[in-house]
Design a protein around this ligand. Structure first.
Ligand SMILES: NC(=O)c1ccc[n+]([C@@H]2O[C@H](COP(=O)([O-])OP(=O)(O)OC[C@H]3O[C@@H](n4cnc5c(N)ncnc54)[C@H](OP(=O)(O)O)[C@@H]3O)[C@@H](O)[C@H]2O)c1
Length: 281
């Protein structure tokens, strides 16, 4: 198919600038080439946000928090999937699984979606399973074990704290889940990443929300943050932002690694795709 202007984004940083295809933009960062053989895992996360920092709101008629309809868009979703394609394991949460059971959480895998056939072929060519495994962070363990997701090829690992219900851990193990106890009261980020590394995972992609972002940042185990900044202001008082939890002290410094302008998204409002590396303390 012939490329059109709307298939492109503009690189603003690093300079010199360039016009590049949207498709392949995040695959080109070659996370596996750079980090798959490293002796420590590479941990990355991704958010789409409004300019005023809303990553989740109660959408009209939804009754519960979710990604705002005003910022979700297929161009961002394409890049989300390019990151997922490069992962060994994706981190999600108990609350995501509860929403999924109720039928109102976005499926994080590509399934058979024809738009992402190239990414499935890419994983196959890299000798990877069709999808990454799934690590579910939960303190309450109050979710039905997602046997449908585990069917066939996807391993489910539940990550919880030492204060979790022992009986519930046994039930999950009896259903085929593998459980990592990482931390005393709730999950500790460093222990979670060490536990995943012990199981051979190197490329760890958190698609969870602000509590897990805080867990990773507080332990200083997050390496990279991908942000899509949708050029919209949402206001409102009931919202969630990127990181929620105790004040990060000292604050986490980020170094801009790349910045792209996508002028075509959101009916021409556009968006920025920013990649930040977490700076060493
Ligand atoms: N815009 C975006 O890019 C973006 C990205 C991700 C998520 N979101 C949105 O953000 C909202 C929150 O998502 P989320 O609930 O999946 O993410 P989250 O805020 O990172 O996770 C919350 C869940 O994680 C578990 N948890 C939290 N702290 C814990 C601890 N110390 N130890 C063990 N487990 C702990 C709890 O599970 P249990 O309750 O099971 O104990 C809790 O319900 C959702 O509306 C989602 O749609 C938006």
């Amino acid at each position: 198919m012939e490329a059109t202007m709307s298939d492109e984004v503009i690189r603003l940083y690093p300079q010199p600038g360039a016009v590049l295809p949207l498709q392949g933009l995040y695959l080109a960062s070659d996370l596996r080439g750079v980090h798959a053989a490293a002796d420590r895992p590479f941990v990355f996360t991704n958010f789409v946000s409004s300019i005023d920092g809303r990553i989740a709101i109660v959408n009209p008629g939804a009754g519960k928090m979710g990604v705002p309809h005003a910022t979700a868009n297929p161009r961002d979703w394409r890049l989300f999937q390019e990151l997922a394609a490069q992962a060994d394991v994706m981190i999600t949460t108990g609350s995501h699984l509860r929403h999924r059971m109720e039928g109102d959480a976005q499926e994080i895998s590509t399934g058979d979606d024809p738009r992402f056939a190239d990414l499935r072929a890419w994983r196959k060519a890299c000798n990877l399973a069709p999808r990454a495994d799934l690590a579910v962070v939960s303190r309450s363990l109050d979710f039905p074990y997602p046997a449908d997701m585990a069917a066939g090829w996807r391993k489910i690992i539940v990550v919880t704290g030492g204060d979790a219900d022992r009986g519930r851990i046994k039930e999950i193990e009896a259903q085929g889940g593998s459980v990592i106890v990482a931390g005393e009261a709730g999950v500790d980020g460093a222990q979670m990443v060490a536990g995943l590394a012990e199981r051979g995972y190197r490329l760890i992609y958190s698609v969870a929300g602000p509590a897990v972002a805080h867990i990773l940042l507080a332990s200083r185990v997050l390496d990279r943050l991908y942000i899509t900044l949708a050029h919209r202001l949402l206001g409102g008082e009931d919202y969630t932002t990127f990181v929620e939890g105790l004040r990060l002290d000292p604050p986490v410094s980020l170094r801009l690694a790349a910045l792209y302008l996508d002028p075509y998204a959101l009916e021409g409002a556009g968006q920025l795709f920013a990649t930040y590396d977490v700076a060493a303390d």
